[in-house]
Structure formats: C-alpha cells, structure tokens
Design a protein around this ligand. Structure first.
Ligand code: GTP
Ligand code: MG
Length: 330
C-alpha cells in the first residue's frame, strides 16, 4: 500500500531524505494515477514553496557546470545555505545521463546532508522533462532548500525552458586558443543574466580574461542603450575556486536589481502564467491522445497522413472531431 499523500507531504516538510526522494519520483512520473497524487502533493506543499533563490546554470558539454556547481554549492553550504541541484537534459534517456550522470563530479555535494542532488528526469519530450524538473524544484523548496541550482546542457531549447523556471540564468563560457568563445550563441546571450568564463586558471587564465573583455564588448554592440542592464561578464575557476564568490555576488546583484524594480515578482508571475498554459497544452495533448475515439482510428489515420493520402490539415481535423465526439458522449 502506497503511503498517503499527506504523509509524504509531512515527510518532505520534515526534510526526510527518503520521502523527498519518493516525492520527486512521484512528480516525475507521467502515469495518470501518479499525476493525480502528484497534484495533490503539490497543492499540500504549495504554501512552503517559492522561497528559494532559483538559478539556472548552462554551458556547452565540458564547460565545467558540474564542477562549478559542486564548488559553488559547497561554499554556499559553508555559508549556512541548503542547496538543491536539479537538471533539465532531455537527452539523458538516450545518453544515459550526461548532465549529472557523473555524480563523482559533484562528490562534495552528493555527500553533504545540506545538499540534494537529483539527476535529470528522463524523457525525450522537453515539455515533460521541464515539468518534472519544475515540480521537483517545488518539492525541494518545501523541504527547506533555499538555493536551487538547475543545470542544463548548453544546446537547444532546454536553456529556454530552464530560463523560464529560474530567477537568474548563469551562462558558463569557455575561452580556448584562437577560437575565443565556444558555445556562445546570440540567443543564449539574450537570456543570460550573468556570464562567467570558466577555467580561468593556469595557462588559460589570460585567454579567459581576454575572452571576457571581448564578450563584454560584443554585448555593448548588441545593445548600445546605455540605460540597459547588460549581463556582467566575469571569469572564474571551478577548479581552484577563484572568482566563485564574485560570480555568486553577481547572481545576487541581479536578483536585487529585479527586486528593486519590482520585476522579480513580475518575472515569477509571468512564469506562473506561462506555466499554466504549458500544463493546459500538455494535458490536452494527453487527453486527446488517450481519448477512445482518437485511439480507435489513430494507426490508420497516421498511416494515411504519412503516405500523403490524407493531408496533415485534414488529419488534424479528424483527430479533433473524434475527440469532440468523445467529449460529447461523456
Ligand atoms: N582547468 C580547469 N578544468 C576544469 C574547471 N572546471 C571543470 N574542469 C574540468 O573540465 C572537465 C569537464 O567538467 P564538468 O564539470 O564535467 O563539465 P560539465 O559542463 O558538467 O560537462 P557535461 O555534464 O558533460 O555537460 C572535467 O575534466 C573538469 O575537471 C576549471 O575551472 N578549470
Ligand atoms: Mg555535468
């Protein structure tokens, strides 16, 4: 017999690691019966959520995200914080989990009682993975973690999904040889709130500083408005710890800047609104796919659309009609 949702919620609030882990497993599941329990759980936990500093951390594979999170998280714990690490990596089911897959890179955090490190939920569908991560973040906030770091790999849409669930988006960049800045795309610069050129140590230190200056210059060109807030570009070394305190201070400064303008509340309000519609889209999508009238003809219809016998527009119309008939019969 599964434990009651009320017991699970109480366990999360009391910071039981076992119950926190089970609550996250529950919110990660997409099975309909689990979704019902998960919604009940999140409703019970809701009053205790929203208090954490939420930071997204992105960068190309090998930029040093895991090493950075381990080193920064350890410092934050020493300063009295409780740190949760979650991830959005829609490829993790295929690759076996590149993000956070290697927990040895977060050895210090994994071993700490004041940290909770959760690998990315698996799934090919970004929307589903992002939902699971977001709900895990809420569970961890209710469990008293006051800093939530969301790691995402710096390719594709997952960064946008993460920027929509955090207060501050931190981009880790690398400088290497002639190819000064790797993995910096214009779109990323537009969502980054703070940029840090990592691995500024040993023989790379000079390169990293040059890269940071160039990047700063490039951003001034992109946005010449002197009033506009431009993301600060710093250098750091996740390995030696140099610059980490300054990077964290820049994250806090960004947050203060938002608070001073009243835009932290606005940002979160907008995120809630977007989130509501994302959930509606996802749930409608599931409802349509599970609806008996749609399922009955789906294989046939899919084949007809694939072969070109039926157009996509016509196929979509039939799916909606079948769904509407099922609704009418309910
Ligand atoms: N010299 C130097 N090496 C670093 C630093 N940070 C990370 N590394 C090394 O870079 C490699 C990749 O680090 P990770 O922390 O695994 O990078 P990641 O961005 O999490 O990589 P993925 O999870 O694969 O996307 C490892 O060998 C680290 O030891 C740094 O500040 N300086
Ligand atoms: Mg990593």
């Amino acid at each position: 017999m599964a434990e009651s949702v009320a017991d699970l919620a109480a366990g999360v609030r009391e910071r039981s690691r076992g119950q926190i882990a089970r609550a996250i497993t529950l919110v990660e599941s997409s099975r309909p019966a689990h979704r019902d329990r998960a919604k009940e759980l999140l409703a019970l936990l809701a009053p205790d959520t929203g208090h954490a500093v939420r930071v997204g951390i992105s960068g190309i594979p090998g930029a040093g995200k895991s090493t950075f999170i381990d080193a920064l998280g350890t410092r934050l714990i020493e300063a009295g914080h409780r740190v949760a690490v979650v991830a959005v990596d829609p490829s993790s089911s295929r690759t076996g989990g590149s993000v956070l897959g290697d927990r040895t890179r977060m050895a210090a955090l994994t071993a700490s009682d004041d940290a909770f490190v959760r690998p990315s939920p698996s799934g090919d569908h970004l929307g589903g993975v992002a939902r699971a991560t977001r709900e895990s973040m809420l569970v961890l906030e209710a469990a008293g973690f006051d800093v939530v770091l969301v790691e995402t790999v710096g390719v594709g849409q997952s960064e946008v999904a993460v920027s929509e669930m955090v207060d501050t988006f931190l981009m880790l960049a690398l400088a290497r040889g002639g190819d000064q800045l790797q993995g910096i795309k214009r779109g990323i610069l537009e969502i980054a709130d703070v940029i840090a050129v990592n691995k500024a140590d040993g023989p790379y230190e000079g390169d990293a500083r040059v890269a940071a200056r160039e990047l700063s210059g490039a951003m001034r060109m992109m946005n010449p408005d002197p009033e506009a807030r431009r993301p600060p570009v710093l250098t750091c070394s996740a390995q030696t710890g140099a610059g980490l305190d300054e990077v964290w201070q820049a994250v806090l400064d960004h947050r203060s800047h938002l608070e001073a303008q009243g835009s932290l509340a606005t940002r979160r309000a907008e995120q809630q609104q977007e989130w509501m519609w994302a959930m509606v889209d996802a749930e409608l999508h599931d409802l349509v796919r599970r609806s008996p009238g749609v399922r009955e003809h789906l294989a046939e219809l899919t084949a007809a659309v694939r072969s070109g016998e039926t157009s996509a527009v016509e196929g979509a119309g039939r799916v909606i009609d079948a769904f509407a008939r099922d609704l009418g019969e309910r």
